[in-house]
Design a protein around this ligand. Structure first.
Ligand SMILES: Nc1ncnc2c1ncn2[C@@H]1O[C@H](COP(=O)(O)OP(=O)(O)OP(=O)(O)O)[C@@H](O)[C@H]1O
Length: 265
């Protein structure tokens, strides 16, 4: 279980960008975090894996307090937090397999890491996960030879190689075309349930949030002003989150639905 209590983040002396957030995530829920640009979505995710230092508050993952961890304890805790990025964050000149195995760096010793001698079990797990998401045949290709959707699948597998207890995805579909975005959302939804993994997804596309996630958290100016199921995310909720700031296209339509029931990967 991931539990955030009274999380505050202030950059320097500026006004707090997160003003006391509380969030509890259990089981294999897939949760989207929506909000206008600058609402604090990325800051919230980055506080969880401590890419950003929380100013105050508590974040626990399965009983371990993450705030204030340092050194080896922080590295150990971070292994349990997978992250998928908007820009994929792959090492372009390395192969797909090498990128995927980078997800094990937190587990192997320095010699293994430098010589890239990963345990056989890691290689088998890598192939199993690459098969699962449909990229195993690209194992020896350079990462920069793949399409955006394929690259994001590499990013997802790399995160899963960490054997995470929670998966964070920061705008995972923002660099992809609409159809590929839907495929990645479906993939995250299926993997959450197959691996019993909670997944938190920052997303601008409210229609996709409604279609592919089971809970929506809405932020506005660093405060949580909506936390509920997609069917309750109506025009009022939309106005409360975006009113006067931004009006996302097709935000309350039930957009992509053709393939929502299955994952083609
Ligand atoms: N490193 C930083 N230093 C100072 N201010 C920052 C830093 N990172 C983010 N901010 C500010 O914090 C606020 C929240 O930013 P954040 O990136 O978390 O929002 P967001 O909801 O993810 O926005 P977007 O959807 O545009 O990515 C913004 O006002 C931003 O300018």
């Amino acid at each position: 279980m991931l539990e955030i209590k009274n999380l505050v983040k202030r950059y320097g002396r500026d006004k707090a960008v997160l003003e006391g957030l509380d969030l509890k995530v259990e089981g294999n829920s897939v949760i989207s975090i929506v909000g206008a640009s600058g609402a604090g979505k990325s800051t919230m995710l980055r506080c969880i894996n401590r890419l950003v230092e929380p100013t105050s508050g508590s974040i626990t993952l399965n009983g371990t307090e993450l705030v204030h961890l340092k050194g080896a304890d922080l590295r150990r805790a971070r292994r349990k937090i997978g992250m998928v990025f908007q820009g994929f964050n792959l090492l372009d000149r390395l192969t797909v397999m090498e990128n995927v195995l980078a997800g094990r760096l937190g587990y192997v010793n320095l010699y293994q890491a430098i010589t890239r001698r990963y345990p056989q079990a890691d290689i088998e797990r890598a192939f199993m996960l690459m098969e699962r998401v449909g990229i195993a045949h690209y194992a020896n290709k350079r990462a920069d030879e793949l399409s955006g959707g394929e690259r994001q699948r590499v990013g997802v597998v790399r995160a899963l190689m960490q054997e995470p207890e929670v998966l964070l995805a920061d705008e995972p579909t923002a660099s992809l075309d609409p159809r590929t975005s839907e495929q990645i959302m479906m993939l995250l939804q299926s993997l959450a349930s197959e691996l019993s993994l909670p997944v938190l997804i920052n997303i601008h596309n409210v229609a996709q949030a409604k279609t592919y996630t089971e809970r929506i958290v809405g932020l506005r100016h660093g405060k949580m002003i909506f936390d509920g199921v997609p069917s309750d995310f109506n025009k009022d909720a939309l106005d409360a989150i975006y009113g006067g700031i931004e009006a996302p296209d097709d935000a309350i339509s039930d957009a992509p639905s053709e393939e929502r029931a299955h994952d083609p990967a």
